[in-house]
Write a protein that binds this ligand. Sequence first.
Ligand SMILES: [Zn+2]
Length: 133
Amino acid sequence: MPDAGTDAYGGSGPGARLAMGGARVHELSIAQSVVQAVTERAGDRKVLVVRLTVGRLSGVVPDALRFSFDLVTEGTTAQGAVLEIDEPQGLASCRSCAAEFVLRDLILLCGCGSADVLVLSGNELLVQSMEVA
Ligand SMILES: [Zn+2]
C-alpha cells in the first residue's frame, strides 16, 4: 500500500489531476492495489463487498476511489462488488499543551500556537474487511 501521508500527484484539492474521466491517478493506483489484494485472497470466490477505511487526512478522494474501483474490478471476481468507505475524521494531540482536537486538514497547528502536533487518526488507508460469496 502507498504511504497514506504522501500524495505524489499534487494534493487532494478539487483541481487535482484527472485521468480517465473522473479517476485520479492516485486513487486509481490505490484501487488497483486493493482489488489485487482482495481478489487474490478471495481465490475463486466472488467478492461481494469491500470495506475500506480512508481517513479524511489521507489525501484520497472517496468518490474518485469508488469510480476507480468500478473500473479496475471489471472482468475480475470483484466485478459489481459494493465498495464501502469509512471516513474517520482527523484527530490530533498537541505535545506542547496536551490538547486533543479535530484536524480538518493537514495543517498541524494547535490553538495554543504550537505546531508540535501528533496526528492520532485520520490518515489511515486500509482494507477493513471483505465479504465473499
Ligand atoms: Zn497546543
